[in-house]
Design a protein around this ligand. Structure first.
Ligand code: HEM
Length: 218
């Protein structure tokens, strides 16, 4: 019997990995926002993130593990929930006992997964190739232009924006569900719920703003 064999343990693990990813998104949007204000500062921040050994060889593997863990466990939870349909007390009666978004976490999750595949093809693989495979000459001023290039094509910008809308939906329900799994019911609950809603909407909107900003100022 593994540590994740109980339904509660799985839900708590799902919530903890989600909280970690939420923290990552905050870091990510902060670095990206710099690109709106200053080319030089963005290049400095990106060069630091891309070459610092602690970020590259400790944080990056932990992050990749966190993303894979969250997706795999998400699928397992979905499959278990589907199986539970036959059991009357756990029956999912559509709108009668669950919200539309909670039943569609797997679909918003899949849309975000599709985005991450596209996003890795756009940014991560070329970066890994540049640094570790072809080992091209390092130019600490290249990051800003590479980012701007990615937001020229309107189809890609559209795909990114659609993915960010799915991210809003996923985060909105995700926060709610994570707070519930953690048994959140104390005097801080109300404030945390408001924070969750604000985060779920503001962070993806900032990503949308960054993508549109680079597209329209090109
Ligand atoms: C306008 C929006 C975004 C832009 C401009 C952007 C840009 C970037 C850039 C430049 C990298 C660095 C690649 C590298 O050097 O390794 C990156 C990595 C990454 N991004 Fe984004 N990103 C955006 C939105 C998102 C969102 C919404 C997510 C998650 C849902 C996400 C997930 C990731 C992940 C997981 C990585 C890999 C991190 C690593 O291990 O290096 N990104 N992104």
């Amino acid at each position: 019997m593994g540590i994740l064999s109980s339904s509660i343990a799985r839900k708590v693990a799902m919530a903890l990995s989600a909280l970690f990813l939420v923290f990552f998104l905050l870091m990510h949007v902060s670095v990206n926002l710099v690109s709106v204000f200053s080319e030089e500062a963005f290049n400095t921040a990106s060069h630091f993130m891309g070459t610092n050994p602690l970020i590259q060889f400790v944080m990056q593997p932990i992050l990749i593990f966190g993303v894979v863990f969250h997706f795999v466990l998400g699928f397992i939870l979905e499959l278990k929930n589907k199986k539970a349909v036959g059991v009357s007390y756990a029956k999912n009666n559509g709108a009668a006992n669950s919200t539309w978004m909670s039943r569609n976490m797997i679909y918003s999750g899949l849309a975000i997964l599709a985005f991450i595949v596209l996003h890795f093809i756009d940014f991560w693989f070329p970066e890994i190739n540049h640094k570790y495979i072809e080992v091209l000459p390092e130019d600490p001023t290249r990051y800003y232009h590479e980012l701007r290039e990615k937001f020229v094509n309107p189809i890609r910008v559209g795909a990114y924006v659609i993915a960010f809308v799915f991210l809003i939906l996923h985060l909105l329900h995700g926060f709610q569900s994570a707070f519930q799994s953690m048994g959140m019911n104390n005097k801080y609950s109300k404030g945390l719920k408001t924070f969750g809603k604000a985060y779920a909407i503001i962070i993806p909107l900032l990503f949308i703003f960054i993508a549109l900003f680079h597209h329209f100022t090109h």
